[in-house]
Design a protein around this ligand. Structure first.
Ligand code: FMN
Length: 199
């Protein structure tokens, strides 16, 4: 599914977004628009060169070992069927991996932090270590984890800048998340970010 072109100008300053960012744990039931969804994914991993492949977040050796999966619930994104979607930065598209509203299953796998399921969407940031460890060996794991931090902060600040809020969750059972979402086992979940309207 094609996503709308992201905008590169906003109403809130970078400083304002940094100043107001907090981990949000309570959300309204409202759906996101596809424009908001597109903007958030682009901020996390979108291509930011006119004719290139480099992304919004830095990556050791520009090897890009990270993926973003979106868990979209029934109050998720207007016009998108509930399910698990994979973001493809090069095309700026999402493709469906698994159908159904799995927000509660994901929250249960995150030590039953059920507040996560009140968000419109959860974004799962994964690392495929092979892509970076083939060049850097064990150190590639460190680089990928650092990259997850860059991606998540971009998502946090973009959410603030368009009037949304985000949370961040590191406490979850890795294997259960992979099983529930039916994502490749080589994609290791590092962080989950619930995103929606602040409640
Ligand atoms: C790597 C990482 C993992 C986190 N895991 C959780 C989590 O599982 N559940 C949760 O409610 N908050 C989690 N947090 C959010 C922190 O509790 C929060 O960032 C901290 O209290 C500071 O608050 P702030 O983000 O609003 O500034 C995590 C934060 C980070 C950076």
């Amino acid at each position: 599914m094609n996503l709308p072109k992201p905008k590169i100008k906003g109403d809130i300053s970078l400083e304002g977004a940094i100043r107001s960012r907090r981990t949000i744990r309570s959300f309204k039931e409202d759906r996101l628009t596809i424009e908001q969804f597109s903007q958030i994914l682009w901020a996390g991993q979108g291509i930011t060169e006119e004719r290139g492949y480099k992304r919004s977040a830095p990556s050791g050796g520009a090897l890009y070992p990270m993926d973003i999966y979106a868990v979209i619930g029934k109050n998720g994104v207007a016009g998108i069927t509930p399910g698990i979607y994979h973001y493809e930065p090069n095309q700026h598209t999402v493709s469906i991996i698994t159908e159904g509203d799995l927000l509660h299953d994901v929250a249960r796998a995150a030590l039953s932090q059920m507040w996560m399921a009140t968000a419109s969407i959860n974004l799962v940031i994964t690392a495929e270590y092979n892509r970076i460890c083939s060049k850097y060996g064990e150190r590639g794991v460190r680089y990928a984890v650092i990259e997850a931090g860059h991606i998540s902060q971009n998502i946090f600040l973009q959410a603030e800048a368009i009037g949304l809020g985000a949370g961040i969750v590191g406490a979850f059972y890795d294997e259960t998340i992979v099983q529930v979402m039916k994502i490749p086992i080589s994609h290791e979940p590092l962080l989950i970010m619930p995103v929606g309207y602040k409640g």
